[in-house]
Ligand binder design. Structure first.
Ligand SMILES: Cc1cc2nc3c(=O)[nH]c(=O)nc-3n(C[C@H](O)[C@H](O)[C@H](O)COP(=O)(O)O)c2cc1C
Ligand SMILES: O=C(O)C(=O)c1ccccc1
Length: 380
């Protein structure tokens, strides 16, 4: 149980006289001023006509919190237990690859900032830094490993083994990216991070991946990464193989259909992440927040249901939690923090995000996440 002094951070911020980006669009603008068109466009944009991208954040406005008052909110407990571990609050870092396109310090800066504010860090397969480098920089903090299934499954198994050895707590298999979505901004900017040699942290350091290369040239690494990331054959049999290979908990990321959530439970998966990849995969799919309630209902507490896509501020996270998400993953906001201010930029985003979440929970009248889930939410 923690007693929070909600207003301290707000008043500190006001008293600092510093100018810095605060909300999402200011952060995005600050990043735009720092980055070249290619990297900026890669991070900002999404698939097709970006219908889903727009829907993701706009859809939060359809849900309204109906708060309770006079509940004595002096002590707030945001602890959440997921897969046998208790985390101090329900905010996670979503897996985002190729962070060096935003800032030279890349994932190391993000993972350190995450550790400082107790956000479990979900590391992407296509990180600029390796599992071991990130583990060394952030000893003792909670980390999960996101897996892009490799065409050559021995590469996937090797990366899982490395994540296990480095003390990672879970595997997150992303199921919505068997190939990249149709991203017009990248064509316009002629920018592919993989083709430019980004995102090699886990590959160039992997003995199985390196041994399978035709030669050890830079081009061979790039070509083989692209070949391996494309994995359209992915199916439920692979899930069984994965289940047999590792004793770590496995979560599926990218679930939008209640029947897939049900199958995940039947197949013995340990959790799911409701997500549409920030609108970057199939354009026209349901907003992630609209997919959440039915999935929460069908899962009925059997496994944790994490959530991402379109979360821009603390009150969005509170809506997702009130609609039944076990925890919420932050995506683009932290990358904009990274691009605009390195580790300090990420820290500011994460600290303010956490504080806004806590203030919002308290002002809703809830004193813990269980009470938050019982809160009335109306849809317009
Ligand atoms: C630049 C970028 C790279 C991403 N890389 C990955 C990745 O490597 N693996 C993955 O599962 N999701 C990846 N995602 C998706 C995020 O995990 C998350 O689902 C998405 O950012 C949520 O949408 P939001 O940022 O609009 O909130 C990436 C997203 C962005 C913006
Ligand atoms: O861009 C993405 O959304 C993503 O998941 C990815 C895939 C391959 C390389 C880098 C990022």
């Amino acid at each position: 149980m923690s007693t929070i002094k909600n207003n301290d951070l707000l008043l500190d911020n006001i008293g600092s006289n510093e100018k810095y980006p605060i909300n999402f669009s200011e952060l995005e603008q600050a990043a735009k001023e720092k980055l070249e068109a290619g990297p900026f466009g890669y991070i900002r944009s999404s698939a097709g006509g970006e219908e889903t991208y727009r829907k993701n954040s706009n859809s939060f406005e359809k849900y309204s919190i109906v708060p309770r008052f006079l509940t004595d909110v002096s002590a707030l407990n945001t602890e959440v237990t997921i897969l046998g571990r208790t985390y101090p609050h329900p905010l996670f870092i979503a897996p985002v690859g190729v962070n060096k396109i935003a800032h030279e310090d890349g994932e190391i800066a993000v993972a350190k900032a995450a550790a400082k504010f107790n956000y479990p860090y979900i590391q992407s397969t296509v990180s600029s830094y390796s599992i071991e480098e990130i583990a060394e920089a952030t000893e003792g903090s909670s980390k999960w490993f996101q897996l892009y299934w490799s065409q050559n499954k021995e590469i996937s198994f090797s990366m899982i083994q490395r994540a296990e050895a480095a003390g990672y707590e879970a595997i997150v298999l992303t199921v919505d990216t068997v190939m990249l979505g149709w991203r017009e901004e990248d064509v316009r900017n002629q920018f592919s991070p993989l083709k430019r040699g980004f995102g090699q942290g886990n590959y160039a350091s992997d003995p199985v991946f390196m041994a399978a290369l035709p030669d050890q040239s830079k081009d061979a690494i790039i070509d083989s990464m692209i070949e391996n990331i494309y994995h359209p054959t992915l199916n439920w049999n692979n899930i069984e193989e994965l289940r047999e290979y590792t004793s770590l908990p496995i979560l599926l990321k990218g679930i939008l259909h209640p029947e897939d959530a049900k199958l995940a439970i039947e197949k013995g998966l340990d959790g799911i992440i409701v997500s549409n990849h920030g609108g970057r995969q199939l354009d026209g799919v349901i907003a992630s927040i609209d997919a959440l309630p039915e999935i929460v209902e069908i899962v009925n507490g059997k496994i944790p249901v994490l959530f991402d896509s379109g979360v821009r501020r603390g009150s969005d996270a509170v809506k997702a939690l009130a609609l039944g998400a076990t925890a919420v993953c932050i995506g683009r906001p932290f990358i904009w923090g990274l691009a605009s201010g390195g580790q300090a930029g990420v820290e500011r985003v994460l600290e303010n995000f956490l504080q806004e979440t806590n203030v919002s929970i308290s002002l809703s009248g809830a004193r813990n996440l269980e009470e938050l889930r019982k809160l009335k939410i109306v849809r317009s």
